[in-house]
Design a protein around this ligand. Structure first.
Ligand code: MOS
Length: 709
């Protein structure tokens, strides 16, 4: 155990913009992703997904397919290797207990894997494979009023309900009340790189190359599922082309690849199609959220109630924690937040960028805007009036909370003071113009990690940590952190990541990666420098110091620790077509110490772009009769493309935070939080019509316009 001592050197590379270490390799194609690394004797697996939404597999008619060119095997529930049921990072995960029984819980559930010499042969055989089902009636219709809605139990990731005071009395005593329902649709990650995995046996070890956010966690899961020693499993994920939570857990492709490698004794790769990604790697549940706010005429909240409903599958419980955001943002004497969920015959939802906060902030920050209008107050002034001194639910002090600093700086840059608060007041030909704002917040958490830092005999340093770079720039940020911790130039440091052999580390998720890994690297570097201070030469295999931050993290003070931000948007709404165009966005954040301004800015712009996309475009639609998506591809699933994205300006205010020696809070997710609400609030300001259902499609804008406002 290495003590977590010392601070990151102030005058080093942390805080300076650096281009990605692997940027050249990526743009020249030298960087290889899991689906494209060559292996000798590689066979290819093609997933066969169920076409029914509920029922049982009666038969898999393999024989004709096994006679097709190149086909090596057809795996299904009757012949696939048996899997141990195990508890992973978050407990048992039935979404990867695949090909174990005949049960079909949703359209797209893996029911077979065809393995062939080439990917084309596997695909053709998979298309030809006849599977017969015993179909049962299904239910995929989500609404907050669904009779199957229940209150889930608390879990390590979810506090189901919080409450203090008397909400009904608080609302009754309030001069101004907002009581509305907001909905968000099913949304998907759509990482550019589809999930892909290769598994092979190499000198008695299971070697896996997989696109994921946490190779060590995947190695642990695979070892348990396939009853192997952890030491005989190696998982690598050197380059990952986007993940957003969809790659945060062990997913079916890697399980199928391992099964196929066992059965065929060949290296086998499984790559998902875009369409398959809509069904087996998680998504954001649709939400229905009721927000009730009661305030005095001066905007001070008396009653705060946020009730969030979402869906999960029949096999696994995942709850989108949309009501969590008010536990941090706003206080009231009567304060209540709750989550309910319903089990439907659909795939299991999962983490998607800012799980909870993204849809929750749409509802809450829209409701706050509605309250401000009803109070006749500026929405920023109303937020300032309700700034809590301590965590509204926890009662804990904030490690730092500079949300008002974000609004102040944002308002100044955006020109908020010039705004005419009346809705529908600004018009430019057929365009109605409006501006809107919303608050953002995301937790700044941390988790234990291990790292090793080696002083090489040639004067360079090698850092080994099972971090993952999802395209975020993590590798570069960690090199900067190591350079400062060792007080050497960047070019003397090589950071090796994404190999489970390097040991336990936090996954690249929850906006926790950089901070968690920085603590471990800093601790190992500090230990190494102590060793190097002793007399003696560096042996040819170098001197290595290791760290494990579990104890140091356990000793951190209990505080409310979050990133904050203020989102601004200007929109133009075409009264003839109902089209909403975002003209500009501005996000100002207070996100602790920023390691690499270049890549930090791109993370925040990416999040805000996704918020725009969420506000105006994204929704996965299911056919009630079949239970299947009607738009499971990038043509039918609309999202913001270049022409939809205006200039997005991002900056941050100083946010010194001494909760730990890194001062890092993490900013991978906060960019999406509040962005959709800022746009919806701007659409209201432009048109006078409040859109409480996302996305704000042209038909909805026109319909609302034709009803008058
Ligand atoms: Mo992120 S949804 O924690 O990968």
């Amino acid at each position: 155990m290495t003590a977590m001592t010392g601070t990151v050197a102030a005058a080093g590379t942390v805080g300076a913009s650096r281009t990605r270490m692997e940027g050249r390799a990526k743009v020249t194609g030298a960087a290889r992703y899991a689906g494209e690394i060559p292996f000798a004797d590689l066979a290819h697996g093609w997933l066969v997904a169920s076409t029914i939404a509920r029922g049982r597999v009666r038969s898999v008619e393999s024989a004709p397919v096994l006679a097709m060119p190149g086909v090596l095997a057809v795996l299904h529930h009757q012949n696939a290797p048996r899997l141990e049921e195990f508890a992973g990072m978050l407990g048992p995960d039935p979404t990867i207990q695949i090909l174990q029984n005949d049960r079909v819980p949703h359209v797209g559930w893996p029911v077979a894997l065809v393995v062939a010499e080439t990917s084309e042969q596997a695909r053709e055989a998979a298309d030809a494979l006849v599977i017969r089902y015993d179909q049962e009636p299904h239910d995929i219709a989500f609404s907050a009023q669904h009779p199957g809605m229940y209150t889930p139990d608390d879990s390590p990731l979810l506090v189901t309900e919080t409450g203090k005071g008397d909400i009904e009395a608080g609302l009754a005593a309030s001069a101004v009340v907002v009581d509305e329902e907001y909905t968000t649709p099913e949304e998907h990650h759509n990482a550019m790189e589809p999930h892909a995995a290769m598994a092979r046996w190499d000198s008695g070890r299971l070697e896996v190359v997989d696109s994921n956010q946490g190779p060590f966690a995947v190695a642990q899961d695979l070892a348990k599922m396939f009853s192997l020693d952890l030491a005989s499993v190696r998982v690598r994920s050197e380059h990952v082309g986007g993940a957003f939570g969809s790659k945060g857990l062990t997913r079916p492709p890697v399980v199928l690849a391992v099964m196929a490698a066992i059965v065929t004794d060949r290296p086998v790769r499984v790559v998902l199609t875009r369409r398959q990604m809509f069904s087996v790697v998680g998504y954001r549940s649709p939400t229905a959220q009721r927000v009730r706010l009661g305030a005095d005429t001066d905007g001070r909240l008396r009653a705060f109630d946020h009730q969030a409903a979402s869906l999960t599958s029949t096999i696994h419980e995942f709850v989108e924690s949309s009501a969590g955001i008010g536990r941090v943002m706003y206080d009231a004497d009567a304060h209540h937040t709750s989550h309910r969920v319903v089990r439907l015959d659909v795939p299991t939802p999962s983490w998607m960028r800012a799980p909870g906060e993204a849809p929750g902030s749409f509802a809450l920050e829209s409701a706050i805007d509605e309250l401000a209008h009803k109070c006749g107050m500026d929405p920023i002034a109303l937020r300032a009036r309700n700034e809590p001194a301590v965590g509204p639910v926890s009662g804990l002090p904030f490690s730092s909370r500079n949300v008002l600093g974000c609004f102040e700086e944002g308002a100044r840059r955006f020109g908020w003071a010039d705004r005419d608060p009346r809705p529908g007041a600004a018009r430019e030909g057929r365009w109605l113009l409006g501006t809107g704002t919303a608050a953002a917040t995301y937790p700044a958490r941390v988790a234990p990690s291990t790292a090793a830092v080696t002083a090489e005999a040639d004067g360079t340093f090698t850092v080994r940590i099972t971090a993952v770079d999802l395209g975020t720039g993590a590798r570069t940020a960690l090199t900067q952190i190591a350079a400062d911790a060792l007080e050497v130039e960047l070019d003397r440091i090589q950071v090796k990541i994404a190999d489970s052999d390097f040991g336990q580390a936090m996954i690249a998720g929850g906006s926790m990666g950089t901070r968690s890994w920085a603590l471990a690297i800093t601790a190992a570097a500090t230990e190494l420098r102590a060793q190097l201070a002793l007399p003696g030469d560096i042996p040819s295999d170098g001197i290595t110091a290791r760290s494990d931050t579990a104890e140091a993290i356990g000793a951190l003070a209990r505080q409310e620790r979050h990133s904050f931000g203020a989102q601004f948007a200007e929109v133009a709404v075409d009264v003839t077509t109902g089209e909403v165009r975002v003209r500009r966005m501005l996000g100002i954040f207070a996100a602790g110490r920023v390691v690499n301004p270049l890549t930090a800015r791109s993370q925040l712009i990416g999040g805000m772009t996704w918020g725009l996309s969420m506000a105006l475009h994204e929704e996965a639609i299911r056919d009630q009769a079949s239970g299947a998506h009607v738009n499971a591809d990038l043509a039918g699933y609309h999202f913001a493309s270049n022409a939809d994205v205006p200039v997005i300006e991002v900056d941050w205010v100083d946010d010194p935070d001494t909760h730990d020696p890194t001062g890092i809070k993490g900013l991978g997710e906060i960019g999406i939080v509040g962005a959709a609400a800022a746009i919806a609030n701007a659409v209201w300001h432009a048109t006078g019509v409040r859109h409480r259902d996302l996305p704000i499609r042209p038909d909805r804008v026109l319909l609302a316009g034709s009803r008058g406002c």
